[in-house]
Design a protein around this ligand. Sequence first.
Ligand code: S3P
Length: 439
Amino acid sequence: MTPFVVKKRFIPRGKIKVPGDKAIAHRALLISAVAGGVTVIKNFPLHDDSKATLNALVALGVKISPMSNQISVCGRGIHGLIKPRKPIFVNNSGTTLRLLLGLLAGQDFKTKLTAGKYLNLRPMSRVNIPLRLMGARIIAQNKGLQEYPPIIISGNKLKGISYSLPVASAQVKSAILLAGLSAKGKTRVIEKVATRDHTERMLKAYGADITIRKNSIILNPGKNLVSPGEIYIPGDISSAAFFITLAAIAPGAKITICGVSLNPGRIGIIHVLKRMRAKIKLEYTKKSKTKSKEPFGNIIVNYSKLKGTVVNSLEIPSLIDELPVLMVAASFAQGKTIFKAVGELRVKEADRINSNVMNLSRMGADIRVVKTGNREDIVINGVCALYGAELKSFGDHRTAMSMVVAAMVAQGQSRIDDISCINKSFPGFLATLNSLMKR
Ligand code: S3P
């Protein structure tokens, strides 16, 4: 564990690329594995989380060949996965675990899934409950009313269900839809608040019979999935978020991030920063080469003085992973910013309410949590400047990278206890940051 010291400030300027989108990469792997044919996945990001899904699928008998910056997956069809020889370790990848449970629910074998120390603390009832309703047999670690990994899932003959999501979660929605592929009858997922739709787009690209009506997603399992041959993964907006924010708050900065996913369910950060008067331009790439019809393009951000805003509860899923870095932006803004109903942050890789309140307060921010019944809001009174401090990553990649961004613009030196966790999603983060140093 090496502490990371940020002392020298520079004006970040230049053009960068970020790794392929993590959420899309998981789906591309999982869906290719149960489709017919070979899929070449281009611009595939290799990091701890994507490796967790890749290794899990290899353990389930899927042939995956890595090539430079792309991989090829030999699909086995929906009933072609084989019983793994030993428990599958999913490391700390929540998306791997939850989506894989969906896929395994309808297989005719038993699998034990074990997790790393951070994922072991994350709630799993949210997926186990609907999958059990579909017929899956699941045994998990019980603590109080909640379930946690490790999880043993015995596949079964499933039946389609109609399920209204109690928490706005794309992971839960996706797990149900993946289980629905091998169920008898229609599966319907109802969302009160829209979440990212990568699974729906990807399933369509593989020929699934899936329709979206208002807030319902309906999957008819009759059709075999067929590989479209090639999938291109655009850059990850959740990784771009650190550079979008850095450019927005560092005086004199100008950063262009090329080829980033601009899925409407993921660009909440752009809408919010624009409301805060950030100078952001989007250049959409007209011809979509993604096959799953994921929109993408360049994001150009120039520094400007920010002002506070209100982020309402309906916007939260579209920027859930960007909240830590948006809190940094709010600290540098003039006036008050309120992030409404952010309770889900407590069950991410770390408790991101605690981690951000602690770190940003140490840097001189005016940040507090306001509780109203079950709801938790975060209120930040912008102080326009932060000061270097002793910071902690809590083993959470997004907390670590947000703190590097805050420390880059703060006055004085900061030290972050351990940033090795950034390998979860963005191993090249520091190299990308350094490439923006003015020569
Ligand atoms: C993800 C959905 C979100 C997000 C996570 C990735 C996904 O989680 O925070 O990093 O790939 O579907 P929830 O579905 O729990 O909100």
